[in-house]
Write a protein that binds this ligand. Sequence first.
Ligand SMILES: Cc1cc2nc3c(=O)[nH]c(=O)nc-3n(C[C@H](O)[C@H](O)[C@H](O)COP(=O)(O)OP(=O)(O)OC[C@H]3O[C@@H](n4cnc5c(N)ncnc54)[C@H](O)[C@@H]3O)c2cc1C
Length: 482
Amino acid sequence: MPQPHVAIIGGGISGLSAAWYLQNQVSTVPLTYTLLEQSGRWGGKIRTEHVGAFDGEFVVEGGPDSFLTQKPWALQLARALGLQEQLLATNDQARRVFVLNHGKPTPLPEGVLLIVPTEFVPFARSPLMSPLGKLRMGLDLIIPPKLDGADETLADFVRRRLGAEALDKIAEPMMSGIYNAEAERQSLLATFPRFRELEEKYGSLIKGMLASRRARPGPNGHRASPVSGPSSAFVSLHDGMEALVSALVKSLTGHLRLGIGVQGIARSDGTQYELALTNGEHLRADVVIVTTPAYVAADLLRGLAPDTAAGLDKIRYVSTGTISLAFRKSEVVHPLDGFGLVIPRSENRPINALTWTSTKFNHRAPSDCVLLRVFFGGSRNPAIMNVDDERLLRVVRAELKTLIGIDAEPFFYRIFRWMRANPQYDVGHLDRLGQLEAQLPPGIFLTGSAYRGVGIPDCVHQSQQIASRTAEILSQRIRETG
Ligand SMILES: Cc1cc2nc3c(=O)[nH]c(=O)nc-3n(C[C@H](O)[C@H](O)[C@H](O)COP(=O)(O)OP(=O)(O)OC[C@H]3O[C@@H](n4cnc5c(N)ncnc54)[C@H](O)[C@@H]3O)c2cc1C
């Protein structure tokens, strides 16, 4: 067999890291690869803009602003790329999240881990929940666990264990917010399997959280990072998240093709595939790794594997956006003493959440300025995605005034709209995924945020696994063909 060739479709973090692992961790098979990215830039949803102003620089993130360290894969990759010195932990001395409660930002009580209270006094004193709501959360200690292993919605799970008020005030804004999901449709097993594990093992979420905190205490009650280095739960990079993309692109030695997309995949001779490219060329490959959004993967695979394509079509997406706004510190009356504000659906606001970026991280704004980021869209308010920039700015400024008293005009703002960008893991997601993966033609792999985790660490991890499986399949073919 001549040297095998691998085609990787999509140059976001999933495609870039798949290429990196093929190049650097697959030593058993000598292979070549081509990475194809349809747009004019690498990185997909990872996008950083540097804006110079006031003798300094703003680092504006359009997509992700950080990644989780408890899931170690992105951190490990950043280190392997020599980005150790770039790692930027969150300002944990200011770690505090506010929840909008009847129009008023109210701090999430100390000791609430994810959605579970683990410290009695701050929780009992907090005005966030009603006395009855707090008592209902305490019933988690005695309600029998569900042990049938079946999936359920995040909303059903939280209502069952902690009550409806905990769902509204804490779980829905905190947990569904991460996924831009609807708690009433979101799969517990695909998004927060740890909650079910704790329920099964300890019979109660509160007991489970207390036990895991005792086992591995970290700063502020967060579990310590499993890899040495930053102990904060999230890290970014000094120059912004796109530094990860630049370092990856610089280190890749394969055939990188920017501005060239794939239109279709067909079978070629034997076990090979032929890719039709947008520039009219054709590319042959022994293995194809598809990292595009699921609906694009569906189109690419429709002729080759119609059942898989039909399954991929069923993965729903929503559109979201961010708007970053820069202000002079002297014009901002609010102390911005936390990481930001999450907004429950029941508050009926036109925006979903606010990050106080320059409090959350250093090096995001000159010292006499502040940078804020507002999240909008998703299933809560899809119509806002089509509102023009000027009107959107008006809506957002009115919200800033009402919610945190900022009336000043921003001296710049940046809007990023991410259309059909957020895959939804609806109940039963993992079962459906298992079925469609089983139907894939040999040598075709799917990886990316639509499948087994939307966060950057999960995307990196999936790509690492796919690189190993690529090596296995190619080694086997080499053995078979002698
Ligand atoms: C606003 C926002 C905030 C987020 N915040 C965080 C966060 O703080 N932390 C975190 O961990 N995650 C966060 N995420 C999620 C995370 O950014 C994404 O899940 C991740 O970047 C997805 O990477 P990917 O490579 O799988 O997909 P993408 O980044 O979507 O990359 C897919 C690529 O495929 C290309 N492509 C499409 N069609 C074709 C074709 N036919 N041929 C060739 N190429 C094609 C696209 O142009 C794109 O570049 C956020 C996402 C958004 C939208």
